[in-house]
Design a protein around this ligand. Sequence first.
Ligand SMILES: [Zn+2]
Length: 283
Amino acid sequence: MTRTHRLSRLSLPLLTLLLAFTQAAPALAVPVDALPVSAAVPGGVAVLPTGIQAVAARYRESRVLLAEVDGQQYAVIGIPLSATPGTHALELRDAAGNSRSLNFTVTDKQYVEQRLTITNERQVNPIDEDMVRINRESAEMNAAFSRWDESLQPVLRMRAPTEGVRSSSFGLRRFFNEQPRAPHSGMDIAAPEGTPIVAPAPGVIVATGHYFFNGNTIILDHGHGLISLYCHMNTIDVAVGQRVETGQQIGAVGQTGRVTGPHLHWSVNLNNVRVDPALFLLD
Ligand SMILES: [Zn+2]
């Protein structure tokens, strides 16, 4: 008996139900896109099923984002670039106050070197006066990165914040004018000056400024420790406290601060750790 014959014997209501079920099937793919790509490496994101209904999670003294997808709870953990490969522990707490530790393995990842030449020597070796400004600005940015806003429901898969050539430059061990400096903490997207920059996910603007290294900068809080950073902008089109939706313009590409050409520097911060933004991109 062929499949067609079998189907013809089904009652119409049952057939309708089957068809409705078949048509609804693509929606099941959505939860896969609801979480970032899991990559338990230094500078990556570990996505772990908690196995319990936790009300709070901590990793290295910071609160960790918990996401509910298809009735399953996941901890979404930012791993610092400085992390040592090996066994790491996530601390979970349930509503009754019971704690349990969940171990996970961080595997090694080698990041390559990048050597850049900066013509403005003060941007490589700042003078004392610059250092006062740099320290004040980094304290401001660190305060923004350590926020924990429960009122915002984070969207964990993002669209690209601008059209352009994406480098896979996160984590590069950088040398400016042959001098070692901090590794690259974001993704660079090269685009002509004035190219629109949009919010890759909804959130609230928590800081804007003109910073020594980062130039015109925006910090966008998505909630639960997920916070993104936009640097070297030509214009800033939003104000602190403003709520933005996915795709809403927040500024334009520029070359302010320490740059070698016009581009957007985009960082993604999770539990106060800068992680690879590529893990959050939808495409
Ligand atoms: Zn950059």
